[in-house]
Design a protein around this ligand. Structure first.
Ligand code: MG
Length: 254
């Protein structure tokens, strides 16, 4: 009989309900390696949140765009109508708030009918910390250099697959991003990223080799532990909706 079963059995017999709630953890188990916590031991419980229906933001998310309110952003302003905002020739937009390790969800749609080719079709991008770009492009039946196609870490790493939907259809990125770490000017940990494009894994724990560059090898320049999220204006009328972020405040980097 396990300890927990014994406690439950005794409780059923004795009716000490409060005691059961207090004793869901163990205090006679070994310490986890390198930890102050025991196996099954007492430690902070994860916060209870409410997940969103579908891709709606969970209860602890910071909503960056809900379909109408653009107050989280500076720059632009982009056109807002019918629950989306659209690049309109007024430049890139950047969050006022800065983020470090994060989960980011955003949805975008490229213009239909598609016009232009290669990098000229549906070009935008999301820059984590204002430095590290996940490319947005219309690569549905549109070829470009692989490390510049949709969901590429621009100029560095193509996505594992091309999961594009046709232009005009809403698409999603779900991103887990881990910031680089610097000691003075020295890089001691690369930025890394996991990306789902339309629910499909296209990067997993992939390292950035540096800040995004065009036609040059990316390199790192030391910066702070947080930075803004930027959506790129690249001359094409891309639409965005449902953008939210969850700082990974309790993330144990190991
Ligand atoms: Mg771009």
């Amino acid at each position: 009989m396990s300890k927990l079963t014994l406690v439950l059995t005794l409780t059923l017999l004795g009716g000490a309900a409060a005691y059961v709630q207090d004793k869901v953890t163990y205090d006679d188990t070994p310490l986890l390696p390198g930890s102050k916590f025991r196996v099954h031991g007492d430690r902070p419980w994860p916060q209870v949140i409410t997940p969103g229906e579908g891709a709606a933001p969970p209860s602890d998310a910071t909503v960056l765009f809900d379909g109408s309110d653009v107050s989280a952003w500076r720059g632009g302003p982009w056109k807002v109508e019918d629950g989306y905002m659209e690049v309109n020739g007024k430049g890139s937009i950047t969050t006022k708030e800065e983020f470090g390790d994060m989960q980011l969800h955003l949805e975008f749609a490229c213009a239909t009918p598609a016009t232009g080719s290669s990098q000229g079709r549906g070009n935008s991008g999301v820059f984590l910390m204002g430095e590290y770009e996940v490319q947005i492009l219309d690569c549905y039946e549109n070829k470009t250099y692989p490390d510049g196609q949709t969901a590429a870490l621009y100029g560095q790493s193509p996505p594992m697959v091309n999961a594009c939907r046709p232009p005009g259809e809403w698409q999603s990125y779900d991103i887990l991003f881990q910031t680089p770490v610097f000691e003075g000017e020295k890089l001691v940990r690369h930025a890394s990223i996991t990306v789902l494009h339309n629910g499909v894994a296209v990067h997993h724990a992939k390292k950035f080799i540096g800040s995004t560059q065009h036609k040059r090898v990316a390199t790192y320049s030391a910066h702070g532990p947080t930075g803004p999220i930027q959506l790129q204006e690249h001359g094409n009328p891309i639409r965005f909706r449902n953008i939210w972020v969850r700082p990974l405040a309790g993330y144990d980097r190991e």
